[in-house]
Design a protein around this ligand. Structure first.
Ligand code: MRU
Length: 352
C-alpha cells in the first residue's frame, strides 16, 4: 500500500492555529491551540514547531495573529505595529531562513494591500493560508524530483537521513522524507536509516515516528554509526533537508550533517539536499555568512532528567553546521534537482 503522510504539524482551524507539539512525540501526540502572536513566537523558540519550512508557515500565521490583535484602524499605525510583531517573531530562531522569508512576505502583502485595516487583516490570513498550502504542494514536487535524482539501480534503495526533514518539519509530506516517501510509493525503497541526531534526537523521536506511521521500514542508528554502515555497503544514498542554503550551494542543516557529507564522499555515496526555494538565501554568497544558532548547554549535559557529565566540564552546543557545496551531489527543489553551482538560476523565481 502506498504511503502518504497524513501528518500536518501546523494548520489553521476555525479561528486559531493548531500545532502538533513536537516536544512530546513519540511518547504522546498532543495538539496545541495558538491564538496569539506572542504564543506563536514562544512555540517557535521552544521548538513545539520546528523544521525550517514549518517554522516559516508558523511565523506567517504568527504575523496574522499579531495583525488581528492590533486595535487601530489607521493604516500607518497598523503597519508600524505590524513591524513590531515581525521583530518579535524574527528573534525566535536565527538559522532557518524560511522564518525571515515568510515574515517579509507577510509584511510586503500588508504594505501592498489597498483598503481598510480590517481588509488588510483578511488578506493577511489568506496569505498565511497560501504559504501553508503551497508548502505541501512544494514538498510533493520535491519528492517527485528527488525520486528521479536517486541512483538508478535494479535493487531497491537504502536511504540514510539526518534529523527530521519530514512532514513534521514542513506543512506536510516533508522534503528529505518527501523524497523517501515518493521512493516508497514507487516501490524503490528498501529501508530508511535514520540518524538519532544528538543532542535533541529529532531522528529518533520524529523521523522514526513518521516512518512507523507510514509503514516505511526504518532502522535507527546513532550518529557515530553512519561511516560503519557505509563501509559495510548498507547505504545507497543520503538525503537531508536544509535550514538555509547560500547562493553558492553551501548548506546549513542540523549539526552532524557536515560529518555525514564527508563520510558519504569517502565512501562514494551520493549526498542530496532537499529543500524548497524559500530555504535559499540568495543574499548570502557562501555558507560562512549563515548565522548558526547556539542552544542551551543543558541539551548536551543532560539526557532526560539525568546529568551525564562531571561538574566542571564546559559545553559548546551549535544547532547547525554548514556542508560545503562540493560535497553535495544535487540540491532538490520544487523546480528540479540541480548541481549546487546551478542554483543561482532559480533566483528570479523566488517570490518574497
Ligand atoms: O532544530 P530543528 O529541529 O528545527 O532543525 C531542523 C533541521 O535541521 C531540518 O533538517 C531542516 O530544518 C529541514 S526541515 C524540512
Amino acid at each position: 500500500m502506498a504511503a502518504f503522510s497524513q501528518v500536518f504539524p501546523v494548520y489553521w482551524y476555525e479561528d486559531h492555529v493548531r500545532l502538533i507539539d513536537q516536544n512530546h512525540l513519540p511518547t504522546s501526540y498532543e495538539v496545541v491551540e495558538i491564538s496569539r502572536s506572542d504564543d506563536m513566537a514562544t512555540a517557535i523558540k521552544t521548538m513545539i514547531v520546528r523544521g525550517a519550512p514549518a517554522i516559516g508557515v508558523a511565523a506567517a500565521y504568527g504575523m496574522y495573529l499579531g495583525a488581528r490583535e492590533i486595535q487601530t484602524t489607521e493604516r500607518d499605525q497598523f503597519l508600524t505595529q505590524l513591524e513590531q510583531i515581525a521583530k518579535k517573531l524574527r528573534e525566535t530562531r536565527p538559522t532557518a531562513v524560511n522564518l525571515f522569508w515568510a515574515i517579509d512576505r507577510m509584511l510586503k502583502t500588508a504594505r501592498q494591500t489597498v483598503g481598510s485595516v480590517s481588509y488588510i487583516k483578511e488578506v493577511l490570513l489568506q496569505a498565511a493560508q497560501k504559504i501553508n498550502a503551497d508548502d505541501i504542494a512544494t514538498c510533493e514536487a520535491i519528492g517527485e524530483y528527488g525520486l528521479k535524482a536517486l541512483p538508478e539501480s535494479p535493487e531497491k534503495l537504502r536511504i540514510l537521513t539526518h534529523c527530521n526533514a519530514g512532514a513534521l518539519a514542513t506543512a506536510g509530506y516533508g522534503t528529505a522524507l518527501g523524497v523517501v516517501r515518493s521512493a516508497w510509493r514507487a516501490n524503490r525503497l528498501e529501508r530508511l536509516y535514520a540518524d538519532e541526531t544528538r543532542p535533541r534526537l529529532q531522528g529518533a523521536k520524529l523521523t522514526a515516528w513518521e516512518a512507523v506511521q507510514d509503514g516505511i521500514p526504518v532502522t535507527l542508528i546513532t550518529d557515530s554509526m553512519a561511516a560503519h554502515c557505509m563501509k559495510r555497503g548498507m547505504i545507497d544514498a543520503v538525503v537531508v533537508g536544509a535550514d538555509r542554503i547560500a547562493a553558492n550551494g553551501d548548506t546549513a542543516n542540523k549539526i552532524g550533517t557536515y560529518s555525514l557529507a564527508l563520510v558519504s564522499k569517502a565512501h562514494n555515496i551520493p549526498f542530496f539536499v532537499a529543500a524548497p526555494l524559500s530555504t535559499i538565501d540568495f543574499k548570502l554568497d557562501t555558507g560562512a555568512q549563515i548565522p548558526i544558532e547556539e542552544r542551551d548547554p543543558v541539551e548536551i549535559y543532560q539526557i532526560g532528567q539525568t546529568v551525564v557529565c562531571p561538574a566542571g566540564a564546559e559545553f559548546y552546543n551549535p544547532a547547525f553546521d554548514v556542508t560545503p557545496a562540493e560535497l553535495i551531489q544535487a540540491i532538490i527543489t520544487e523546480y528540479g534537482a540541480m548541481r549546487p553551482a546551478e542554483l543561482i538560476q532559480l533566483q528570479t523565481k523566488q517570490v518574497v
